[in-house]
Design a protein around this ligand. Sequence first.
Ligand code: ZN
Length: 473
Amino acid sequence: MRITFYGATREVTGSCFLIEVGERRILVDCGLIQGSPAHERHNHDPFLFDPAGVDAVVLSHAHLDHSGRLPLLIKRGFKGRIYTHHASIDLCRIMLEDAGYLHEKEAEWQNRKRERKGLEPVEPLYTRNEGRLSARQFHGLDYHETAEPVPGMSLTLHDAGHILGSAVVELGLDEGGEHRRVVFTGDLGHRGTPILRNPEPVAEADLVVMESTYGDRCHRPWSDTWEELGGIFREAREAGGNVLVPTFAVDRTQMLLYTFNRYFDDWGLGNWQIFLDSPMAIKATRVYARHGALYDTHAAAFEATHGDLFDLPNLHFTETTEASMGLNSIRAGAIIIAGSGMCTGGRIKHHLKHNVWRPETQLVITGFQAAGTLGRALVDGAHHIRLWGETVRVQAKVHTVGGLSAHADQQGLLDWYDGFRGAPPPVAVVHGEPAAQDALVAALRSRTMARSMRFGETLDLIDPGAAVAGDVP
Ligand code: ZN
């Protein structure tokens, strides 16, 4: 029995791990590669295994860097089931169809350029319809329900506390009288995150495949973040303009809306009109509202006394383009939550055009902004930005709220690891930039054998300790 690492090695995207036990093959995650255009072209590369030869897939959670190549795997011959939490299926229905739509748009744009050059057209990675149809192969599980995706392999999901339905994946593998247990963290949540429960510990493992997104960082306490946000809304009220909040559709939006509900009076939110201007975030919010059984005790108690976590008296869902354009004429008193989270596309760009040149506007950045994105330029203090070929002056006040991460920090990762009983299992570190991976490996080495994995590397699961301790081939 063995595992091969086909993604999220020395980087945070493209999670994809192949487990082989005898003749059986299962894949854990099949994520999209995200980053620069040159890097993203690798999504079109052939898989380094035969998709038709994969018996089943286990999906840790719905984020595209874990799920986004599933429709492609199916297009290239995968016929088996995709095991994941019920809530992840609901989120994937929205996200994979939307991803297919964006791939179609991307191919159309490229083909217009290619046609002018006399080049053959390119195909989209997959279409909106292929994204939608992939839902037919999903098989939903609850946390702690055990399944047998293939003979000789058992599967249990544990709550990872990262986004709704996110799971730590525990696989029991049997071959020739040998039994091994491999645990994949997927993405581990940030303790104390609103709505979701804390990442659940797992009792035993022979090998842990661990994410390291924030393996070199330490988050500030949640209370500091709430104080900071409250201060921004008070300041915004005095400034007398609008507040723009570029957002990630899944999780960050729901976290913000629920927090608005909790601090509604403290933050003076009754003085504002709040607009959720993102069709994808609106759909994701409805999914979160349907899965109250997954909430933590605070959110469950809030729901029991107040009803829907996301039901604010002055919240408006603007689904249509016309409704969104209607916001352009509002000069003051609006909190506009819109995608995309890094201002690279979506409706937020229109709101920037109409507001970012006004000194009374407040721009609230709530997530990581990758190098090269418009969001990053704003965080870095750009005086002018370019929007559809037009130069726009930046006079808005930009606030960067850093504490809203959905990922555990280094201490959070180590605390979760310390939940294992018995001999500390060796750790294969994945899903982090090199500095974050190396910092986590260094921190883990006082506890166990740990190493950062390389692309295409295979580990023997009969003796994973020796495999992790061995040199990089
Ligand atoms: Zn994730």
